[in-house]
Design a protein around this ligand. Structure first.
Ligand SMILES: [Zn+2]
Length: 466
């Protein structure tokens, strides 16, 4: 399996430290606003990567944090005139709701920054002791020039960075590039007691501390996040962690590309901000997932409502085939343990090859759609051995759908059970036999009202959801 490692800027063979176990950390949300579809991409793409690693047989220890204390939270709370905690709790609740709607696998740990303040204080003390950090009147700062190799993740030389960082107004800092590990709080700001007075942690130290605490290892296998986090956030995480343990923070850094809306940056001021909850009012999560999968995770992706409509159509092909197969094979039970037919296995192999190639989801998706066309052709034809072939199709469809996190529970039929559907179909067939076509059409209409579409073929009638 090969991955593009942003640390070395190379495609590399993926080898975790422990043969069968992967320790993976991704930077989560800062809870000061609603989650938008850019956050959704980040959450989903790492979910797919994790699921694929599990499919390959790894146990994945997956940690994703919540930044619930940050200047953005404090400032926003001031703007609307509520407490920072109230604001943060409100958006944590919204975030949890979005996670539920996205139907992602839960992280093994999802720590909040404010639950780990003591460990952050201890780490800052350690960095001071080791000579990497110093205190001023405004806080504690990491001295970047003390860290050999600072800038290697973002591929910059330290002397070229000056323009890239927002200059902190603290003139007591030894270098404008030095970043805050601990910020002293004024009386109206949130704060925790520390050796440097009442204050709060800087953003970067949160991730260095939580990743190592919850994954119990100095060097993780995978650290993930958005491309926009490489500098300064991830660069600073790297510097802190080397300062603390003497070892690098992660062997592989995976960065996803950013999301634009119809070619433009998403921003509130442009009025083109699309939140996840807005999406879920119109589409089920599977449709959004198809949209995300169409681009390689490391590329940027451009959103439009037309593309969502296309994704909806594409997802429809998957859902329809799933229904048809379930219906056609209903007496077959699961075929777990049964060997896959060689000609169907090819599609799974193509899918695996695509995903082994730095998680190429668009190629993986193409393999799935080829399988779907093939299965539809078989269903319509009258090949004698089609049952075995279709059983294999159903199994491969299930495997790929599980890795892409498609959930078919969302296609629930309202107000009718499968048993009732089948009994109505039997009644209708009886009517057709007796040439009571009006009666038969009435039953078809009755089912259509419940969202069930019937398709008649030589071998009988199968149904699917609208
Ligand atoms: Zn982070």
């Amino acid at each position: 399996m090969k991955v593009y490692n942003s640390l070395t800027k190379k495609i590399e063979e993926f080898k975790p430290v422990d043969k069968n176990r992967v320790k993976m950390y991704t930077c989560g949300v800062t809870t000061y606003d609603d989650c938008h579809i850019g956050h959704g991409r980040s959450l989903y793409i790492f979910d797919v990567i994790r699921r694929y690693l599990e499919h390959k047989g790894f146990q994945v220890d997956f940690v994703r944090n919540i930044t619930d204390i940050d200047d953005k939270i404090i400032n926003r709370a001031r703007e609307i005139g509520i407490g920072w905690k109230e604001l943060s709790d409100r958006y944590i609740a919204g975030y949890k709701n979005d996670l539920k709607n996205l139907e992602l696998m839960p992280a093994v740990f999802e720590p909040r920054a404010t639950e780990n303040i003591q460990e952050m204080i201890e780490s800052v003390e350690k960095l001071i002791e080791k000579g990497y950090a110093y205190q001023t009147e405004t806080g504690v700062y990491f001295q970047v020039r003390k860290m050999k190799g600072y800038g290697s993740l973002s591929g910059q030389k330290i002397d070229d960075m000056k323009d890239a960082v927002r200059i902190n107004p603290d003139e007591k800092k030894k270098d404008p590039l030095d970043f805050a590990l601990w910020k002293k709080s004024s009386d109206d700001e949130p704060g925790w007691m520390s050796p440097w007075g009442r204050g709060r942690p800087g953003w970067h130290i949160e991730c260095s501390v939580m990743s190592q605490k919850y994954l119990k290892r100095d060097t993780l296998d995978i650290h993930g996040g958005g491309r926009d986090l490489i500098f300064p956030h991830h660069e600073n995480e790297c510097a802190q962690s080397i300062g603390l343990s003497g070892k690098k923070l992660a062997n592989y850094w995976l960065h996803h590309g950013l999301l634009t809306i119809e070619g433009r940056k998403m921003s509130k001021s442009l009025g083109n901000f699309v939140t996840l909850s807005e999406i879920f009012k119109k589409y089920q999560a599977n449709v959004l997932k198809i949209f995300y999968l169409q681009a390689h995770y490391s590329s940027s992706i451009d959103f439009s409502w037309e593309k969502m409509e296309e994704a909806k159509k594409a997802y429809g092909h998957i859902a329809i085939l799933k229904d048809k197969l379930d219906n056609y094979l209903k007496d077959q039970g699961a075929c777990a343990g049964k060997k896959l037919k060689a000609e169907v296995k090819l599609y799974l192999q193509e899918f695996n090859q695509a995903m082994d190639d730095d998680f190429n989801t668009s190629r993986g998706l193409a393999a799935l759609f080829e399988l779907i066309s093939q299965a539809n052709r078989k269903l319509a034809g009258d090949d004698k051995n089609k049952k075995d072939f279709l059983l294999s199709c159903r199994q491969v469809l299930g495997t790929i759908s599980a890795i892409f996190g498609f959930t078919f529970s969302q296609n629930k039929i309202s107000g009718i059970t499968e048993k009732e559907i089948n009994s109505l179909i039997a009644q209708r067939n009886q009517c057709r036999k007796n040439k009571q076509f009006q009666e038969a059409d009435k039953i078809r209409g009755q089912l259509l009202d419940k969202g069930i579409i019937l398709e008649d073929s030589k071998e009988g009638t199968i149904w699917r959801r609208k």
